[in-house]
Design a protein around this ligand. Structure first.
Ligand SMILES: C[S@@+](CC[C@H](N)C(=O)[O-])C[C@H]1O[C@@H](n2cnc3c(N)ncnc32)[C@H](O)[C@@H]1O
Length: 331
């Protein structure tokens, strides 16, 4: 294995550095100094190993090769040749769960950027129009439960935001109580939120539920009146997720291109700013899963640049700032 990727330890070091850069940016810290960029060299034709690694990334996680990903891979695999990368691929390729080295590579290639109450206009529409209808449906069927899935939740901010919005909507529908600025369901009602991601490291942060504060932090767009769900820590440097949310939000590692799905009968599925990293084929497969996880009438929230691969399965509505998609009852 000598010479391969400058040894696998070297690869892992580069991957860890990339993840550390990301964690620093999440914590609002300054990045380490960027080394001077050498004058641009004429671009060499892409080596065979790059195509092979790209195919493996697509097979394992649906990831679409892009110029940025190719550049990151060239950095990780610097000094390797086709044969040594073949050997690495043979080692990490396996059916079922991802090999830890492949998992680490995927984690370092995808972006984990997220923040609380991202796309506030969409969440406001969820609170004022979509959830009231779904809560009425639940009441009519005697279900008294609202279930939401944040698919590709990264470090958890989206899942916790959905939980807050659902609690508020339930209160506004006359099915909640307010205590210390936080809405809770009346007895007999349940709100359940599942956050899933392919990245175990991102999910560790999500589960810990402690986030830095400051101008560039995850709270940068959080409405001040909702911060009661995220009290400050004793040292005043962070905010932590209140137990009211911890009780209803759980996290699970899940690769969106896999089956079986981790959840069913959802009222709302959010898969925002995830599909942009996937190939068209993978998007189709993933959306079929998201559709399957929704109850008829349930709502799919996508990112601003995402579109539906199979629009006939949904009723889509323009809400001024974007589109929401409801699963057609018979589709
Ligand atoms: C930019 S973040 C989006 C976070 C959040 N949904 C939001 O909009 O703020 C994209 C996330 O998608 C996850 N992801 C990418 N490919 C995935 C896959 N095949 N299965 C599950 N998660 C995936 C990444 O790990 C990353 O955390």
């Amino acid at each position: 294995m000598a010479g391969m990727l400058g040894t696998i330890e070297e690869t892992l070091r580069v991957l860890r550095e990339t993840m550390d850069d990301h964690r620093r940016s999440l914590a609002g810290e300054s990045p380490p100094p960027v080394p001077a960029v050498p004058a641009a060299a004429p671009r060499r034709p892409a080596p065979r190993w790059l195509a092979e690694v790209g195919a493996e990334l697509e097979r394992a996680a649906g990831v679409q090769m892009s110029e940025t990903i190719a550049q990151k891979l060239e950095r990780v695999f610097a000094g390797s040749d086709d044969m040594t990368v073949d050997e690495w691929l043979r080692r990490v390729r396996r059916p079922g769960s991802l090999h830890p080295d492949l998992q680490l590579l995927i984690e370092s290639l995808t972006t984990h950027e997220t923040y609380f109450f991202r796309d506030l206009a969409q969440l406001k529409h969820l609170r004022s129009a979509i959830l009231p209808r779904l809560i009425e449906d639940a009441k009519a069927s005697g279900r008294r439960r609202i279930r939401l899935w944040s698919a590709g939740c990264s470090t958890g901010e989206e899942a916790y935001s959905l939980a807050v919005v659902a609690l508020l909507a339930l209160h506004e529908a006359g099915e909640g109580l307010i205590a210390q600025g936080r809405a809770r369901p009346v007895p007999g009602w349940m709100v359940e939120v599942l956050g899933t991601d392919i990245s175990g490291r991102a999910l560790d942060i999500a589960t810990a539920g402690v986030y830095g504060t400051g101008a560039l932090s995850s709270f940068r767009e959080a409405p001040p009146e909702l911060l009661a769900y995220f009290p400050e820590t004793a040292d005043g440097k962070s905010r932590q997720v209140h137990d009211d949310l911890r009780e209803i939000v759980r996290f699970k590692r899940f690769n969106l291109i896999e089956t079986p799905l981790p959840i069913a009968d959802c009222d709302v599925v959010a898969c925002r700013n995830v599909l942009i990293y996937l190939t068209a084929d993978s998007v189709r497969r993933v959306q079929a899963g998201l559709h399957h996880a929704l109850r008829p009438g349930g709502c799919l929230l996508l990112g601003p640049t995402d579109s539906l691969a199979e629009p006939f399965r949904f009723d889509s509505h323009w809400i001024g700032s974007g589109i929401v998609h409801s699963r057609r009852p018979a589709a």
